[in-house]
Design a protein around this ligand. Structure first.
Ligand code: SF4
Ligand code: SF4
Length: 261
């Protein structure tokens, strides 16, 4: 079985599992979590953050992210860029706390929980578990939560189809061997650089290659949620099929199913 973002040593939690946790500016460990590691971004995180910061996706990626290669799939991952001169940490941490709190990434919302994924013969299976870094004093104090209540309070959707499509792509590609450089760049464009993906779809030869009339794709110009769903459907079909007629059929279904706009 292939796994991603897993910690096999931590017990699996259910939505009814309970834990205690307290966090806030009064904690002696305040902000240590935001300096201790690297925060991976999924496609929904990039979209939320670039909107919050009111920059284009390419500007966001250039200023605030670093691109790495996921070892088994060869596909690109993006992480928040640590402050200059540091190997870990987040560009948005300040003495007062998180400067992008409303738009913080899923990994930050979920902490001290984490979600890993396993690719099984019947599909993707997600697993929630508790992280217990020694620097975090919030786990030894505070109020009792159920996992479901914590996720709801933090605005984390454990079934987010965008995250699941992204993880599924990374794990599926790992089975078939490392992605080629062209596949890597296409994945980066579709999964993370949504503004450039929009231009690719609407202003390149894309409509002609896949036989779409321009008006069929026009709703994607103004609806970024629909555009991201389309982008993930596109990269999924391309990595799996790489045959224009099959990719076109998958995209047509995505347009019909999602009802962009
Ligand atoms: S309690 Fe944990 S999550 Fe909260 S500030 Fe401290 S280290 Fe970070
Ligand atoms: S985005 Fe906010 S919560 Fe997440 S690591 Fe950065 S400062 Fe901390």
């Amino acid at each position: 079985m292939l796994t991603l973002f897993q910690n096999e040593d931590s017990p699996t939690l259910t939505e009814e599992s309970r834990f205690t946790f307290l966090c806030g500016p009064g904690m002696p460990c305040f902000n240590q979590c935001c300096q201790a590691g690297l925060i991976v971004l999924n496609p929904g995180d990039v979209l939320r953050l670039k909107r919050f910061l009111q920059v284009s996706s390419s500007e966001f990626l250039r200023r605030y992210a670093v691109r790495e290669t996921e070892a088994r799939s060869g596909l690109p991952l993006v992480f928040l860029r640590p402050p200059r001169g540091q190997e870990t940490g987040c560009p948005f941490v300040s003495e007062a706390g998180c400067r992008v709190y409303e738009a913080r990434p899923d990994a930050c919302r979920l902490f001290p929980l984490a979600q890993g994924s396993v690719l099984t013969p019947t599909g993707l299976r997600d697993r929630l578990y508790l992280r217990q870094p020694s620097y975090c004093l919030g786990l030894a104090a505070g109020q009792e939560w159920t996992v479901a209540d914590w996720m709801a309070a933090q605005g984390f959707d454990p079934a987010d189809p965008r995250r699941r499509a992204w993880v599924s792509l990374l794990l599926t590609q790992a089975l078939s061997g490392p992605a080629t450089p062209d596949q890597q760049d296409l994945f980066y464009l579709a999964a993370y650089d949504l503004d450039n993906f929009r231009a690719f779809v609407l202003t390149s030869a894309f409509p002609a290659v896949y036989g779409f009339p321009a008006e069929a794709l026009a709703p994607l110009a103004d609806d970024e949620e629909a555009l991201l769903r389309f982008a993930l459907a596109y990269i999924t079909a391309t990595l799996e099929e790489d045959e224009p007629s099959l990719v076109r059929e998958a995209l047509r279904e995505a347009l019909l199913a999602e009802g962009p706009g």
